[in-house]
Design a protein around this ligand. Sequence first.
Ligand SMILES: Cc1cc2nc3c(=O)[nH]c(=O)nc-3n(C[C@H](O)[C@H](O)[C@H](O)COP(=O)(O)OP(=O)(O)OC[C@H]3O[C@@H](n4cnc5c(N)ncnc54)[C@H](O)[C@@H]3O)c2cc1C
Length: 430
Amino acid sequence: MDALERGALADVVVLPGTTREVAEIVRVCGETRTPIVPRGGGTGFTGGAVPVRGGVVLSLERMHRILEIDEASLVAVVQPNVITGDLQDAVERVGLFYPPDPSSLRRSAIGGNVAECAGGPRAFKYGVTRHYVLGTEAVLPTGEVIRTGGRVVKNVVGYDLTQLLVGSEGTLAILTEITLRLIPKPPHAATLRATFSTIRHAVDAAARIIKARVVPASLELIDRDSLEAVAGHVGIRLAPAETGALLLIEVDGLAEQVAAEADRVESACRAAGAEELLRATTEVERQDLWRVRREISPSLLRIASRKINHDIVVPKGRIPELFDLVAALKVRFKMPIPAFGHVGDGNIHVNFMVDGADPDAVRRAQEAEGELFRGVVALDGAISGEHGIGFTKAKYLNLGVSDDTVALMKRVKYAFDPHGILNPGKIFPD
Ligand SMILES: Cc1cc2nc3c(=O)[nH]c(=O)nc-3n(C[C@H](O)[C@H](O)[C@H](O)COP(=O)(O)OP(=O)(O)OC[C@H]3O[C@@H](n4cnc5c(N)ncnc54)[C@H](O)[C@@H]3O)c2cc1C
């Protein structure tokens, strides 16, 4: 299983240590038409690494070395199962920066991040995993080992197969080596927290920050339900009791720029009606401000035994309508739906909290999920901004993606994997 916690039994688990071994396993599976499911850190939320059709789970956990940090070319070359946080630590030791920061970064691997095109709070300013992948070595389901892209940022030779592999959820090829772009580490950062009486005020503040021409490294919104859950979980309130929504904002760069941007952020929040404004001046204070965000995931399970979480995304300008939709779903389906996330890029985590032992409640959550997805597509958004489709959202693939586009995607899949052995049962509905 992965973080979705809906597992299936593999027939065999293999742990290759080299690209050659991966290719050899794939060749055997091709001859016997055996499904192969690549597995990285196993933290996916959509069942991507789950062997829903049995077969071979190919865990890349033994391929976990950073092969090179090239400071002159601003490039890192890694094996697929380098843990994301370990790579970040290693490059930061030499003054460089690998920005993509999924909250799972201490457990998820670069290969899994590339396969899912993982994002995180820093995506608004720095982009997602896709923006840092320059090249790959990959084993095709037909057994060939290919190289795509390279070490250069500019490369327009033929189709961009590197970017086709990013976000392909382990259905087109098995990544065995990845070349990543690095940037210099911003030397300074400031973290601010602003509380508001309503979501609308918080969203207005986010819009004003952007209007003030500040692009924060993080711009996170947390709603009242999530704050209540955190208070119940940690035993103290991390924000004033009357808070309806909270923004966490981080700006980074050169010291002068950081100070000036933090001032502009404060003004924008005040203009939007901020009730309490805090600015961290030490690392300890900064960690204190971030604590409320880190505590959300473990806290939500206090509300109900099962969390059905979705990572929908809407254009920034439609965020107020998204929260109206969530409020309407709460009333209609009579369940807590805490929502929080990356308001800077419109990617909000919407969580249906239900009693997992109550089939009626689970059915209502599934109905609400369909309504959410249809509403999001009507707002010009997408049903997944981070976690991918896996098997859980396959039946919704057609929402917002035309039949012709899905048919083309299937032809691409067939071109890579004519026998359908690589991660079957994912992305496409049966
Ligand atoms: C607490 C928590 C917080 C999270 N926060 C975020 C977040 O902020 N942002 C975000 O984007 N996601 C988040 N996630 C989801 C998850 O961590 C990401 O999707 C992550 O990228 C998965 O990486 P992994 O190594 O665990 O991959 P796995 O779960 O092992 O696999 C994910 C998919 O990638 C494929 N795959 C893995 N390795 C390879 C490879 N070498 N070659 C080809 N295919 C491969 C698998 O087949 C599967 O389809 C979170 C998860 C948890 C549990």
